[in-house]
Design a binder for this molecule. Structure first.
Ligand SMILES: [Zn+2]
Ligand SMILES: [Zn+2]
Length: 178
C-alpha cells in the first residue's frame, strides 16, 4: 500500500495565479483520487517517480509555450510512457453514490453507477499508516515538497507530537484571478 507512487500535475507556472490554479488542481486530484499528488513548480522531477501525470486540459490549449516546465515534463512522461491524463471535460463531472463530486476522472461501474476512488477501492488511505480511506478523519496535508497527501488524524497528531510541522488543507485552495 505504501508503494503507491504519487501523481504529478503539470501546468504553466509563470504567474502566481497559474501556480495557485495548479496547486488547487493538485489538491482536487489528491482528494478525489485519494493518492499523494505533487504539483510541479520546476522541471527537475523524474517523471518515473510518479504513477501518472495529470494535465489540466486548458494547458494543452495554451496560447503560448514559453513556459517550458510543463512542456518538458509532459514530453518526458510521454517518452517514458508514464500514463498522462488531461483533465476530463467539466460536463463529465458526476457525483459518486457517497456524495463526492468527481471532476478529475469519473469512473462508472457496469450498471452506470459512479464510483469515487474511496468507494471503488483505489484510494490509498493514510499514506503514513494505511488507515482506511473512509476514515472520516482523513485529512489532506501539504508538505514542503509541494505534495498533497491523505493522512489520518492520529498520524497528524503523532507527527505534531514529534515536532513535525504539517499544513492541513481541508478545502480546495482558492484560485486567484489576479
Ligand atoms: Zn464514493
Ligand atoms: Zn495514519
Amino acid at each position: 500500500m505504501f508503494a503507491q507512487l504519487p501523481i504529478l500535475v503539470v501546468a504553466p507556472i509563470e504567474t502566481v495565479s497559474e501556480i495557485n490554479a495548479l496547486r488547487a488542481y493538485a489538491w482536487t486530484v489528491a482528494t478525489e483520487l485519494g493518492v499523494s499528488t505533487t504539483y510541479a513548480t520546476h522541471s527537475e522531477y523524474s517523471v518515473t517517480d510518479f504513477a501518472e501525470v495529470h494535465v489540466p486540459f486548458e494547458v494543452l490549449a495554451s496560447r503560448r509555450l514559453t513556459d517550458l516546465t510543463p512542456v518538458v515534463l509532459m514530453a518526458e512522461a510521454l517518452g517514458l510512457q508514464v500514463p498522462t491524463y488531461e483533465r476530463q471535460d467539466p460536463s463529465a463531472g458526476a457525483e459518486c453514490v457517497c456524495g463526492q463530486m468527481q471532476t478529475v476522472r469519473t469512473v462508472y461501474g457496469d450498471d452506470g453507477t459512479v464510483w469515487c476512488a474511496s468507494c471503488v477501492g483505489t484510494a490509498v488511505g493514510c499514506v503514513h499508516c494505511g488507515a482506511d480511506p473512509f476514515d472520516e478523519n482523513m485529512i489532506i496535508v501539504e508538505d514542503r515538497e509541494q505534495t498533497f497527501m491523505p493522512v489520518c488524524r492520529p498520524c497528524i497528531d503523532g507527527a505534531r507530537a514529534e515536532g513535525i510541522r504539517l499544513r492541513t488543507v481541508t478545502r480546495q485552495p482558492a484560485v486567484s484571478t489576479a
